[in-house]
Structure formats: structure tokens, C-alpha cells
Design a protein around this ligand. Sequence first.
Ligand SMILES: Nc1ncnc2c1ncn2[C@@H]1O[C@H](COP(=O)(O)OP(=O)(O)OP(=O)(O)O)[C@@H](O)[C@H]1O
Length: 452
Amino acid sequence: MLPEEIDGELRKGYLYFCKKMERYKIIKEVGDGTFGIVWRAVNKLSGEVVAIKKMKKKYYTWEECVNLREVKSLRRMNHPNIVKLKEVIRENNILYFVFEYMEFSLYQLMKEREQLFSEVEIRNWCFQVFQGLAYMHQCGYFHRDLKPENLLVTRDVIKIADFGLAREICSHPPYTEYVSTRWYRAPEILLQSYLYSSKVDMWAMGAIMAELFTLRPLFPGASEADEIYKICNVIGTPTKDSWPDGHNLARAINYQFPQFPGVHLSALIPSASDDAISLITSLCSWDPCKRPTAAEALRHPFFQSCYYVPPSLRPRAAVSRTPPSDVVKGTLEQKPGRRFSVAVPNAKLTGNHSAVKTNASFGSGVQRKLDMVNQELSRNDKSLKSSANQPRYQPPGRKSSFAAPFKKDWNASGAADVADKLANMRIGNRRPYVVQSGHSTYSGWGSVDCGV
Ligand SMILES: Nc1ncnc2c1ncn2[C@@H]1O[C@H](COP(=O)(O)OP(=O)(O)OP(=O)(O)O)[C@@H](O)[C@H]1O
């Protein structure tokens, strides 16, 4: 611990030269992901609480680290709805990411929830996430692994985390490696397209939005094949007219869509308003071209009460947006001069929403993780008649007993391959620097002002 009497320049000097990880006191483990273990920690000098992600793989040179997607993408992004990467430390060949600390993941909040969230809460969260996404997409990145576990919440603010799979929009296909958690995976990825785009994030947001309303995953597939089956079951089989590219993708892998008319989403998400259903329906469109962009989603009537949209995200013809007369209590208030909006939910948000979670089978975090891992292990099963290892939740009245006629294994490359690929990427031409700013030290590689 740094003696109290040391301050000013001396303190800064100490900070700079002491072993970097010694500056942090680890409090406890808060997450164990595919690529790293995440701890809650405190900066001994400033008292700031941070999240430290210790990467599982070893990194023997800085060059290996600086080109990691998580570093490459996060270092460029500065937005109130994207978790801030404060520092990158490599010590004893171990790589640590120091992030701003967030209290909960959306998944934790859903898991512990007995009553449904109110639409106001859901609106405020989604509005913020779409702002983060609009910024990220505008910066030229898409996330590719959006899921409730990667949306982190502290009080009223929600932020997008885990950029381990983020991809530059202008990077060149094929995008072949493991991508996104199955329940939130867009159909074009399931059908093995290697030309997918930022619209995969919009699909994931549709599934997440629906889950926020029902506290149940919308498409809880037990394998890739079952995932498509469940999507067909809910939104109806795509026709050659509604998604010609999808039919081409299916033909290329010798896949035949199961035939379902689909259901109106309001039957599955009864607590959602017509506007919410309309937005979820367009986000969960088979054809990526028919899904709105994040900037378009922000202008959907569902967000009418969230009237502050950053100028750069507004359509040119509609630079000034008239505040609605019936602003929902607790949603955004326009603050002049504020660069980004932060939604502020009503303190009594939950009061009127007494619909109680009836299916108590929504497993614990560990169980869910195990379910997902088990399902991933079984992804090479071509016959999916058994429902034994499916998630316990199924959309009401629907059973999955479909044997998918696949020609080849689905996405055989796994997360380990991604880690290897990350490690083998070439060195970028930027050089790291260290900046002392306020309480925290930031090690970065330059930033790009995306003009939002
Ligand atoms: N900034 C943070 N503040 C608080 N908790 C965090 C933070 N970042 C991550 N976590 C927790 O740690 C978990 C794992 O983090 P993260 O998703 O970054 O790791 P990963 O290895 O990339 O995981 P995944 O298996 O999802 O790819 C998250 O689900 C979250 O619960």
C-alpha cells in the first residue's frame, strides 16, 4: 500500500514504476467466461472499484496483445453505453484488462427477477443499448456476441461489454470462426453465411428485448439445427420471396426449413405493447436487410418517449425532433448540451406489473452456462429428435421433435480456435502509450473520434 504522506508527482511516479497489478487489490471473482476470469478489484491508490479480466491464454509479447479484437475495438470506442477499457496490463505473460466496474449483468437481473420488468424499464435499457450499438456500428465495428450476460447494468445505466468477438465492418469475409451464443445467433450465421453484417447485432437485440419482457429466451435452441427450428416455429418459415438469400444459403448446405406458419409475437409476449411487438418483429426479421439499423431502431415509435437522440444519429431531414407531449414518466428528459442521453427509470417502475414469472425453471447462471456448453457439445448431432437436453423453457404449446437434414457439421470450429486466431493476428501499426488522467492510468493506442 502506498504510504499516505506520498502525494503529488511522487505519487504519480510511484504509480508508474510500481508493478502494475500491485496497484489493485482483488476483492472477488465476478465472472468466468470463455476467454477470461473477471474479478472485482480496487485501485489501492484512488479507491476506484474496477473489473479486471485475466485472460486464460498466456501472452508472451506485447505484439500479441495489442491486436486482440477486444483491445483493437475497445480502445477506439468512447461512449457512455460501452464499458470503458481503462488499462491493459501484461505481467508475467498474463494479460489483464482493467474495465470500469458494473454491478450486474442483465442476465443476473432477469434470473433473480420474480415479477416482469415494466415496459418503461425495458425501453430505457434498450434505448441505451441501441445508442451504444449505433455508435459502435458507426465506428465501424459490430459486436457479434450480444447476450444478456454481456449487457452490464449499474443503477439506471446499461453498457455493452465483452468485445472478444467484435469485428470490423470493413474487414474482409469469410467470417468463419465461432460466433455468438446460440440463442441470440442470427439465422444467416446459423445457415453458415460468411457475409454477415452489423445486422447480426440487431437480431440479437430482438431476442434480448423479447426475453426482457417474458424472462424466457425467445429461441432457446438445443443445437444449431434446433435453433433454426425454433425460429421457424416462432416467426414462421421464410419463403423464397421473403428471404431469397436465406433459401440460397439453405440450399448450399442441403438444409430444408421446417414448415411453420409462425405466431404473432403478441401471443408469446403478452405484456408487450404494440410498439414493442412491432420493433421486436422487425428486429427478428429473417432477412438482415429488413432489420432496422441501430440508428433506425432509435427512431422507432417504441422509443417515442425517449426523445433525445444524438445529432449524428438523426436522419438529415429530421435534425430537430419535437418532444412528445406524453413523455412517459421516468424516461428521458432532454438536457441541453448533453452529448449522450442516459435513461432514468421511474423509481416505482415495477409497481403495476404484477405478472409473475410462472415457470420457475429458469436455471441458475451456472446451470445456464452448463446447458449452453452441453448443447454446444451436442451440436454435431444431426438427428435432433430427442428433447432431453433442451433448455427447460419452451414457447408454450410447442415441441421440438424435428430431425434436421444437414449435410455437414455445424460451425465445427470452436472458441478455442478463436483464441488461437486472436493470438496469431498480425501486429498493428499503432504503438501503446500511457496517459495519467484523473484517478486512473490509461494505457491506450490512440483513439478515434467517431463524431457522435
Ligand atoms: N466491467 C465489468 N464489470 C462487472 N462484471 C463484469 C465486467 N465485465 C465482465 N463482467 C462479468 O464477467 C463475465 C465474463 O466476462 P466476459 O464476457 O468479458 O468474458 P468472456 O471470457 O469473454 O466471456 P464469454 O464466455 O461471454 O465470451 C460477464 O458475463 C460479467 O458477468
